[in-house]
Every structure is written in C-alpha cells, then in structure tokens.
Design a protein around this ligand. Structure first.
Ligand SMILES: [Zn+2]
Length: 116
C-alpha cells in the first residue's frame, strides 16, 4: 500500500482501462466507485486507478482488483481503528481506548471507570 486509503473529498480519482485498441479514462467519486468500474470492465489488458494523478492500483503490479480491494478495505479498517482515540479524562494526548495512559490505568484498577 503506497498511499493511505482515505477517501477525503477534494481528491480526483480516475480509472484507466487499457484495451487492445486504446485507453478509456473514467472519473470516479471514490476508490470504491473506481473498484466497481474496474470490475465492470471486460476484456482488459490492464487497469489502473489514479488518485490525484498518482497510481494507487495497477493490475500488473497489484494483481487482481478483487485481491487489491480486500487489501484496501483491510488497510482502511486498520487506519480508522487507529484514529478511534478515546477521550482521556486526564487530558493525556497518547491515551487510547486499548492503550490507556497511566492515570487511566490507575482509575481502571481502582474501579473508577466509565465502563468503556
Ligand atoms: Zn488517559
């Protein structure tokens, strides 16, 4: 995975479908949309998905779109899990739901948790 699989708006995503007789370029609203476009296409020699003119998927490099989609979804879940920080009552910056700071661990040990 060369880039982070976020789907922030404002990015331009396009799909290039390489046929024997030429190349079709289609715009996509999201990476999911681009994946669907590649899946719908038939008789492809090669397919590429570009995000802001950067190639994020190329069939000859990344394999089938189905495999890459699975990898993409897995990476996206991992990133969103990392972002789900929990609101530390002690204001500690590096305190996560599954990796609490010392103060929170003391709270939990003392039974003073909010149940999370
Ligand atoms: Zn904490």
């Amino acid at each position: 995975m060369d880039i982070q699989p976020t789907e922030t708006t404002g990015r331009t995503i396009s799909v290039k479908l390489f046929h024997r007789h030429g190349v079709d370029t289609e715009q996509a609203d999201s990476i999911g949309d681009a994946i669907a476009t590649v899946k719908d296409a038939s008789d492809l020699d090669e397919a590429k998905i570009l995000q802001n003119d950067e190639v994020v998927y190329a069939s000859e490099r990344n394999g089938t779109i189905e495999n890459w989609e699975r990898e993409w979804e897995r990476e996206k879940r991992r990133l969103s899990a990392e972002k789900s920080t929990w609101d530390c009552p002690h204001g500690t910056e590096f305190c996560y739901a599954d990796d609490r700071c010392i103060d929170c661990q003391i709270d939990r040990a003392a039974g003073r948790t909010d149940g999370r």
